[in-house]
Design a protein around this ligand. Structure first.
Ligand SMILES: Cc1cc2nc3c(=O)[nH]c(=O)nc-3n(C[C@H](O)[C@H](O)[C@H](O)COP(=O)(O)OP(=O)(O)OC[C@H]3O[C@@H](n4cnc5c(N)ncnc54)[C@H](O)[C@@H]3O)c2cc1C
Length: 492
């Protein structure tokens, strides 16, 4: 870890285990502000990146400038992702201003290009505070800015209730993770928003900001050079209002039966549907867990929800941080690599084309029902995801192709994709508990049937309807694109 290049007064802040120094630069005494660069944690409150920025600004006597920008060239940029991000960003701006913070936004597009904007904003800053994300764009951008900029850069975890660094090293499995994680939770629930002591920054900016609160976001998105074949999700509208509605629905309708309904894919109210809002940080885990604690629901349901949101989600974040490339196939355990490789040459009579997979038009009705949720809703029920992930091993030419296809479909279509939970769960599907039985294609990797849905009352009819629901016809590449995060440093 890098030695903190901060004045002694910031020692307490520095020791907060959410924060890492990404370089060893010395703070700029004539900086105009502390730059808080948000990439994915798109909320104004309960946001550790903003709080760390305010703490630093208060200590340095500088205001905070929050910045969020979106480009057209990040992988899988589409109407679905862009509109969700911009809706969240618009509310972020409004709520930052309510909190006494300046927030500026930029949507990069023809006629409005701002080359190197973060560097230009950073050149006027005393320091840059950004997000500590273990996957996708934010991870690469953070490392690059830290090298190129002349000011100190600090990365702050905003995704987890319990900062992964608190848990230390030497955790081999989820049980050991839970033993360290569970005793930490109550303490981190008590964290409070930090109050800015400086007036709102109103000084010069090196660009003309986009006023997202005064613009037609649908029109803006329609004019961008992104994938317009993948439409927005009606199931998951953008913004804080929609996220708050979902959270209210969780506490009033879903949570009272959660432990028994969560695995039932046929129920519209069995699970929370919060994952898109969590992935883009519109909601943080502390706010969600506070709402769950206050809800009128039995303790078994609250415990089950905590196990999913904290026990599983934060476990996958913790795992991803320990991996050089969480998106890579060879992250799965050696026994699974070995057994899948031993069966790589097995006949695969159920092979499907990418076109059929993408549009949920395969010979497998249940798989089509799963895939059509991704395509239409930008989300899939957890129980279906398990069947979906396992079956890809039989429907693609090799285990490596199955991995690449699963990541591609999940990352492109699902609002919650490109996340530590994406790759952690796909890895779990490719390496679930070794069975003694050796099967074609799967070797010792356990298979999974569709009985958990089909055996429910009305399950057959539900699957048949779900497999034939209308879906958008999206552009289909000739082959699964190579993940840009696996081929060296992406250009974004
Ligand atoms: C093959 C496969 C791929 C997956 N890909 C993703 C993904 O890209 N992004 C993603 O967030 N989750 C992923 N999951 C995990 C899980 O399926 C989703 O988080 C869940 O279905 C989201 O729906 P929900 O918000 O209604 O969940 P709920 O059941 O209401 O759970 C509440 C929250 O707990 C967390 N959670 C629940 N289950 C898991 C889990 N298994 N792993 C990690 N966190 C969990 C999520 O944040 C979720 O929003 C995947 C699972 C599988 C088997």
């Amino acid at each position: 870890m890098v030695t903190p290049p901060l004045p002694p007064g910031l020692h307490d802040w520095w020791e907060a285990p959410r924060v890492r120094a990404l370089n060893e630069r010395v703070g700029k005494p004539d900086g105009r502000y502390v730059l808080c660069w948000l990439q994915q944690a798109l909320r104004a409150r309960d946001n550790p990146v903003i709080d760390a920025s305010i703490r630093l600004g208060n200590a340095l006597g500088l205001p905070v400038l929050v910045y969020h920008g979106v480009r057209e060239d990040y992988p899988y940029a589409s109407d679905r992702l862009h509109r969700f991000i911009l809706g969240a960003s618009r509310d972020l701006g409004t709520e930052c201003r309510d909190r006494g913070l300046a927030c500026v936004q930029h949507v990069d597009r023809a006629g409005h290009r701002e080359k190197g904007l973060v560097h230009r904003l950073g050149a006027e800053a005393a320091a840059i505070v950004l997000e500590d994300q273990p996957t996708f764009v934010a991870r690469w951008q953070a490392g690059r800015v830290a090298i190129r900029t002349a000011v100190p850069v600090y990365a702050v975890d905003a995704a987890c209730l319990v900062p992964p660094a608190v848990l230390g090293d030497g955790i081999g499995g989820r049980s050991a993770f839970l033993r360290r994680h569970e005793p930490e939770r109550d303490g981190w629930m008590k964290t409070q928003d930090v109050v800015p002591q400086l007036p709102v920054y109103t000084g010069p900016l090196p660009f003309v900001r986009d006023a997202l609160d005064a613009c037609d976001l649908d029109g803006l998105v329609a004019g961008l050079a992104i994938d317009h074949t993948l439409p927005v999700s009606a199931m998951h509208p953008a913004g804080r209002g929609a996220a708050a509605d979902r959270l209210r629905r969780l506490t009033t309708q879903v949570l009272p039966g959660y432990a028994s309904t969560r695995n039932d894919a046929t129920r519209p109210d069995g699970a929370s549907g919060l994952s898109p809002y969590l992935h883009f940080g519109v909601l943080g885990p502390r706010e969600v867990m506070a709402a769950v604690a206050a809800a009128d629901a039995g303790s078994q349901h609250k415990r089950k929800f905590a196990d999913e949101l904290l026990g599983w989600r934060e476990w996958f974040h913790f795992q991803a941080r320990a991996l050089a490339a969480p998106e890579r196939y060879d992250r799965i355990p050696a026994w699974a690599l070995q057994t899948l490789s031993a069966h790589a040459g097995d006949p695969r009579p159920e092979l499907e084309t990418l076109e059929a997979l993408l549009h949920g038009e395969t010979r497998d009705e249940t798989w089509n029902a799963c895939q059509r949720q991704f395509l239409a809703d930008g989300w899939m029920h957890n129980n279906l995801r398990m069947y979906w992930g396992k079956r890809l091993l039989a429907m693609t030419p090799s285990p490596e192709a199955a991995w690449a296809t699963a990541c591609y479909l999940n990352d492109r279509l699902s609002l919650d994709g490109r996340d530590p939970s994406t790759y952690g769960n796909i890895a779990a599907m490719f390496a679930s508990s070794p069975s003694d039985r050796e099967r074609p294609i799967y070797g010792r990797v356990a298979t999974r049937g569709d009985g958990s849905t089909r055996r429910r009352a009305g399950g057959d009819a539900w699957l048949s309807a779900a497999a034939s629901r209308p879906v958008p016809q999206v552009s289909t590449p000739v082959e699964v694109p190579v993940d840009p995060y696996l081929t060296g440093e992406p250009t974004i």
